[in-house]
Design a protein around this ligand. Structure first.
Ligand code: NAP
Length: 253
């Protein structure tokens, strides 16, 4: 049977666990060569071992995506190993604190922007030439439902993720005629390490899930399926858009 991403090469940032790991594993199973990016070499080796065990191709790139040299290292190593680059998934990101804007340290605001927004911009800029050359380019920027409305105590994270949506719209327009599509993937509450603190207390977890019409956490694999759609020719006429996968959360008035 034909595999959806046969012969394509993908870079997936934040591939050591959670959503990124699920995306990288699914892309590899669908025939893509996958470059796995995060800071933890050991965890990436583990993901790569699973991919190669199943007959796939994986490259480990252990780097902090906020480091100055990271974009060149990621793109250069991927081209050297696989000879091209077709799909870029800017997934690494997250939020390490909650605070009201009034008392938030500006350094915390900046750190969140650098991780979720600046590193995405820099990697896109480094990857655009090879992605355009391949003729099947797809850029997927992972945003969050926090981008879609106010995010009290997470204004830093919500603003960064909202900027990712706007950036994606602009890119979709700028790249429209160049054979490269750019779309945002917008998850709701997904069961990963990032949201682990919300499952440490039943009342807290209930308050989160009470707003979700499907009354459960999303699974990383469910986000990976949406990423596969955006990466593949199945979404060939889609660019500059946001695909929301949130169990109905953002539809809830
Ligand atoms: N989980 C949710 O409910 C949810 C909802 C909406 C959006 N999202 C977004 O989805 C994406 C993935 O989230 P997740 O839930 O899978 O989070 P996670 O389980 O915390 O995984 C985050 C990934 O990003 C990597 N990473 C973090 N900082 C990095 C850095 N400076 N350099 C390189 N890699 C870095 C981590 O690897 P290392 O630690 O090994 O570097 C890890 O692989 C994030 O952008 C997040 O904002 C998540």
């Amino acid at each position: 049977m034909d595999r959806t991403l046969e012969g394509r090469t993908a870079v997936v940032t934040g591939a050591s666990r959670g959503i990124g790991r699920a995306i990288a594993t699914l892309f590899a199973a669908e025939g893509a060569n996958v470059a796995l990016v995060s800071r933890s070499r050991e965890a990436l080796d583990d993901v790569a071992a699973g991919i190669t065990r199943d007959g796939g191709q994986a490259l480990v790139i252990a780097v902090d995506i906020t480091a100055d040299e990271a974009p060149e290292e990621i793109v250069g190593s991927t081209l050297e190993a696989f000879g091209g680059l077709d799909i870029l998934v800017n997934n690494a990101g997250g939020n390490s604190f909650m605070a009201p804007l009034q008392t938030m340290r500006f350094s915390g605001w900046q750190k969140t922007m650098v991780l979720n927004l600046d590193s995405t911009v820099r990697l896109i800029q480094a990857a655009l030439a090879p992605i355009t050359a391949g003729g099947h380019g797809s850029i997927i920027n992972v945003s969050s439902v926090t981008a879609l409305r106010g995010s009290p105590l997470m204004s830093h994270y919500g603003a960064a993720k909202a900027a990712v949506v706007s950036l994606t719209q602009s890119l979709g327009v700028e790249l429209g005629e160049q054979g490269v599509r750019a779309n945002a993937l917008v998850p709701g509450w997904i069961e990963t390490d990032l949201t682990g603190f919300l499952r440490t207390d039943d009342a807290l977890e209930d308050s989160v899930l009470s707003r979700v019409p499907m009354k459960r956490w999303g699974r990383p694999e469910e986000i990976a399926q949406a990423a596969l759609f955006l990466a593949s020719d199945a979404s060939s006429f889609m660019t500059g858009q946001s695909l929301v996968v949130d169990g109905g959360l953002s539809a809830n008035p």
